[in-house]
Ligand binder design. Structure first.
Ligand code: 3HC
Length: 330
């Protein structure tokens, strides 16, 4: 059935007066599809994002750092579950979303396809990646879709802890031995540009932004959020006494903003197309974790059936394409 013009007009009037759209409300099919796309990709990002950081839990330099990193990684898992639950309110099943990720047909944030080579990377990820995520997610707290906006409020509170623990690691290294300082600078050198890519392509090259801004899914554009991140982070780098790896970075008094060089968009396109440093490794790890966890899902399903709380969901395992046999880890 085509969409009724009157319903669309009523929907747009609701968006205009800042109503929150709830799961049982009427919404344009394209609005629903965009939210499913963005929220599921956000959830996938949280889950895959655990991998580069989890890599350092057993190698944290102290019990305090290990406890802090463990708590952060656990938080990311929870963020992923929140966001999958928010996406499910739009009519897509958890099995379908996870199946898309494992089959390699769903996107997740480009940033998580880079390796964490040193402990300094764990500081840079908390400081830069979670810092960028906070900038993006604070705007999403005002998203027009109720469940997404509400999930963001809880997630942002935890994200602040993530960013602070990352910055503290960087500060400790920057004020440490020359080797520790060099480790912090090396991490900043490798994570700066990929962190800028997290905000997406320039507005002029973003196929979704215009409509997402009209629907108030997005409240600020990719470039606005990126600029906010740059302006905030340059000052933090000064406190750390570390150099941002952009020789063109300079303060523009006319605009009141820091202006830098151009992002390598060829690298961005390569990474989001599956050809980043760790894309294949990340998917291989997720597929293996999913297969190793099959018994937990089967046990939960058996228990739910026995106690009459079974949810209608076709078996997911039968529909996931098995990992390609000749897969090569990057
Ligand atoms: N990584 C992967 N894909 C990206 C991307 C990125 N950094 N930036 C953009 N893209 C993709 C988009 O998904 C879209 O592809 P598609 O049409 O195939 O889905 C295409 O590039 C065009 O980009 P647009 O800007 O037009 O797309 P959006 O309007 O969706 O904007 C976005 C992109 C800003 C990432 C937006 O989707 C968004 O705000 N998502 C929610 C926040 C999020 O996902 N953050 C990821 C990090 S989560 C995190 O950091 C966890 C923290 O705890 C560490």
């Amino acid at each position: 059935m085509g969409e009724d013009a009157a319903q669309t007009a009523r929907f747009e009037a609701r968006i205009a007066r800042e109503d929150k759209i709830e799961p049982n409300d009427w919404m344009p099919e394209a609005y629903r599809r965009t939210l499913i796309r963005q929220i599921s990709q956000h959830a996938h990002s949280e889950v895959v994002g655990m991998l580069p950081e989890g890599n350092w839990i057993t190698r944290a330099p102290s019990l305090r750092r290990k406890a802090s990193l463990l708590a952060k990684v656990e938080d990311e898992a929870g963020h992923g579950l929140y966001l999958y639950a928010a996406a499910e309110t739009l009519g897509i099943s958890r099995e379908e979303m996870v199946g898309q990720l494992l089959a390699g047909t769903a996107r997740y944030s480009s940033i998580f396809n880079y390796p964490t080579l040193t402990w300094g990377d764990i500081g840079a990820v908390g400081w830069l990646v979670d810092g960028a995520a906070i900038i993006n997610q604070i705007a999403l707290c005002r998203c027009s879709y109720g469940p997404y906006a509400r999930a963001m409020i809880r997630i942002c509170k935890e994200e602040s802890f993530h960013q602070r623990q990352g910055f503290e690691i960087m500060l400790t290294l920057a004020r440490g031995t020359p080797e520790q300082r060099a480790m912090a600078q090396d991490a900043l050198d490798r994570w700066w540009w990929p962190s800028l890519m997290m905000f997406g392509p320039h507005d002029a090259d973003s196929p979704h932004s215009d409509q997402s801004m009209k629907w108030k899914i997005k409240r600020q554009t990719n470039d606005e959020l990126r600029q906010h991140f740059i302006d905030m982070t340059v000052k933090q780098a000064e406190v750390l006494g570390l150099a941002i790896p952009d020789p063109e970075l300079a303060y523009d008094a006319a605009s009141g903003h820091w202006q830098g060089g151009e992002i390598d968009w060829a690298e961005f396109r390569a990474v989001i197309s599956g050809n980043g440093p760790c894309n294949r490794q990340r998917l291989k790890q997720r597929r293996a974790a999913h297969q190793q966890g099959a018994w937990v899902r089967e046990a939960a399903r058996a228990y739910a059936e026995k106690h009459g709380r079974h949810r209608q969901s076709t078996s997911f395992e039968t529909r996931v394409a098995p990992a390609p046999q000749n897969e090569v880890v990057a």
